[in-house]
Design a binder for this molecule. Sequence first.
Ligand code: PMP
Ligand code: GLN
Length: 383
Amino acid sequence: LVPRLQPFTSTIFAEMTALAVRTGAVNLGQGFPDTDGPAGMLAAAQEAIASGVNQYPPGPGRPELRAAIAEQRARYGTHFDPDTEILVTVGATEAIAATLLALIDSGDEVVLFEPYYDSYAAAVALAGGQRRVVPLAEEPTGRFGLDVDALRAAVTPRTKAILVNTPHNPTGTVLTRAELTEIARVCQEHDLLAITDEVYEDLLFDDREHVPLGSLPGMAERTLTISSAGKSFNCTGWKIGWVCGPAELVAAVRAAKQFLTFVGGAPFQPAVAHALRSESAWVADLRASLADKRTRLSTGLAEAGFGVRIAEGTYFVCADVRPLGFTDGLEFCRALPEKIGVAAVPVQVFTDDPDRWRHIVRFAFCKRDEVLDEAISRLHLLR
Ligand code: PMP
Ligand code: GLN
């Protein structure tokens, strides 16, 4: 393996899920739902397979899906031409990798906020770029927010892009319009590209609002907006994602993407088009149900003795293990399945500064209530 990929041999999700399977633990580590997406979407995929939508789709994606994505993005006041400004990808993961491969040259710097989703650091390395990491700052309320001074300090003459994830995995933070406005200002002052990961755009609680960075004034021409169907419609295994942005930038991403996978997921594309167009009531129910699950697991963790942080969106909640007498989240997560039969994920592995995050672990709450209750009752055994 080439040196620049050596830090990325195995993912924490694979490690913790394997451990959960081996020990029969309740898996609140890797984030994937244990119920299916909307019945109409599942039927649309089956119908597409039965009616022969089984060969290569067009390079940019099936037209009905690109049209549905354009309609969905219009709800934020952003407008993309489905023919030139939208590209369907194999999940957001491929969209992120293809975007970085297309736009980051060797030695270019990309700003990431930590904790960062694991694929960002690996994809920057694949592209031969360097990451500059800005920690989200813990506020007195237990929210992790933007530290704009730290962001400004991270930008150098070699900085090419800032990658922004909101709603944020793993902290559950939903960046506010004010925070995003600060990020937009930095992008414009330093003529940077913005790459956004909005895969949790529908999963936010307590009447919070998702603000795409690309919808802010002066940002459309410099932003590539990435999202996918996996989280909004409980179909993480379908891997249908997309990237939207100015035609020239999307054409560049397509040039890289065509040699990664060329295309993917033909029969799932019309099903996701159906979901984007017709399943907003189902998504509203999902959001309400996840808000309850957020409260259920957060309360359970607090009663079990954890220091629980605020989950404003996504399906993750972060918790401090120190009140229970532990100091290292990675050690804690490696022992937990054997010890009490629950799996979680340590946040330090998503950072360049493990000491700062050592005490924080992440639990997923996209599970049936009885599964969450079983996990909570086991977590009480830690006392
Ligand atoms: N970004 C974030 C923040 C995620 O949590 C995930 C899913 N785990 C992805 C991207 C990947 O999305 P997809 O499954 O569509 O590739
Ligand atoms: N996105 C999911 C998570 O954060 C899992 C992704 C993966 O397994 N690569 O837990």
